[in-house]
Write a protein that binds this ligand. Structure first.
Ligand SMILES: Cc1ncc(COP(=O)(O)O)c(C=O)c1O
Length: 358
């Protein structure tokens, strides 16, 4: 019998969240961002579940795009980092992958001849990770015209740095910058809009939005949980209680003896730890749930185990399932307790944990 530490993947919730993104995108179309193994949920399962809804997928690299193609899906796949080698352009052309080209090197590969895929250009409006500056675009477009690659250009992509923060002026500044940078080519498409941008009233998402984290039910916004934003948790990470005991007042639990019982406390050991991707920095007080009842972690997380306080779940018995995150305990709450974000927790669940699609 395998241990029952599993990540249940609720594909109905995924479809629900995708449709919410599409609704919020208004007249923009919505590509589903499923990089990093579908944010840890399993890229082929996620892609297949969205196959009747999503018109395009977006991933980071060509290996992820091939994973989608190899599962029999035919939608275009946007490669958000472009290509990493010249030879990849031929694969893009043959497979219907749309690289977002962001560097002079990538444009040189394109100009060098060979099969030319349809492609996007990345515009750097302030994130300063990738892309061409607005003032570089006119010359660049002339070069594409002269080289005959202009016909394959689908449009422009930019990415927001602070859309999760409603107080920040930066998203408006980036939007104005993108608008001005691309106004000379109204025949081309434009794509902005990570998940957070879908929750900004009045935000223009142009032709294609690119939601990622919201599809999985986690929050893209500072100060709001996924549930508060109307999203449904897709992953329920759960593990069994494998031992219960009374710890007497004055006794400690686990490595470093960091938590010491103030009163006699019934506690349980749960078969999950940082070797499964549960964050080691989640300390005493981090929420979990048993049968819908919230309980708290005690002491340090070990590689394969962690301890919970069963005071509020007196009926809990060995074998019971403990929810580490899911519909009762949002992944964002756990992330906050561990000093990180839901993205990192979802993508960090290790291969030891089977993903079981519901
Ligand atoms: C270029 C680009 N677009 C869209 C996304 C999706 O962002 P989110 O998961 O915040 O919705 C990402 C994610 O990192 C990205 O890098």
């Amino acid at each position: 019998m395998p241990r029952s530490t599993v990540a249940h993947i609720d594909l109905d919730a995924l479809r629900f969240n995708y449709r919410l993104a599409r609704e919020k995108a208004g007249i923009a179309r919505t590509m589903a961002v499923i990089k990093a193994d579908g944010y840890g949920h399993g890229i082929t399962a996620v892609a297949s579940a969205l196959a009747n809804d999503a018109e395009k997928y977006a991933v980071a690299c060509i290996e992820e795009a091939f994973a989608i193609r190899n599962s029999g899906l035919t939608q275009p796949v946007v490669l958000l980092q472009g290509v990493h080698a010249r030879g990849d352009l031929a694969d893009c052309q043959a497979q219907g992958f749309e690289p977002v080209l962001h560097s002079t090197q990538q444009l040189q590969w394109l100009a060098a001849g060979g099969p030319t895929p349809t492609f996007w250009l990345k515009v750097n409006t302030g994130m300063n990770r990738l892309g061409f500056r607005p003032d570089e675009l006119p010359a660049l477009m002339n070069t594409l015209d002269a080289g005959g690659q202009r016909a394959q250009l689908l449009g422009f992509v930019t990415h927001f740095a602070c859309a999760d923060d409603l107080e920040s002026p930066m998203t408006d500044e980036q939007t104005r910058c993108f608008d001005a940078a691309t106004a000379a080519w109204p025949d081309l498409m434009r794509s902005v809009g990570n998940s957070a941008a879908h929750f900004r009233a009045g935000q223009c998402l142009y032709d294609w939005s690119r939601p990622g984290i919201m599809l999985y039910g986690a929050s893209p916004m500072i100060g709001a949980t996924g549930a508060e934003l109307g999203l449904r948790a897709v992953m329920t990470l759960q593990a069994p209680l494998i031992s219960t005991r009374m710890v007497r007042a004055g006794e400690s639990v686990g490595y470093g003896a960091s938590w010491v019982a103030e009163t006699d406390t019934r506690m349980g050991m749960v078969a999950i730890g940082y070797g499964d991707g549960y964050p080691r920095h989640a300390g005493t007080g981090t929420p979990a749930a048993i049968g819908g009842q919230r309980v708290r972690l005690l002491g340090r997380v070990s590689m394969d185990m962690l301890a919970v306080d069963l005071t509020k779940a007196p009926e809990a018995r060995e074998g019971d399932a403990v929810e580490l995150w899911g519909p009762t305990v949002g992944v964002d709450e756990v992330a906050a307790c561990a000093g990180t974000i839901g993205y990192e927790l979802l993508t960090g669940v290790t291969a030891r944990v089977p993903r079981i699609c519901l």
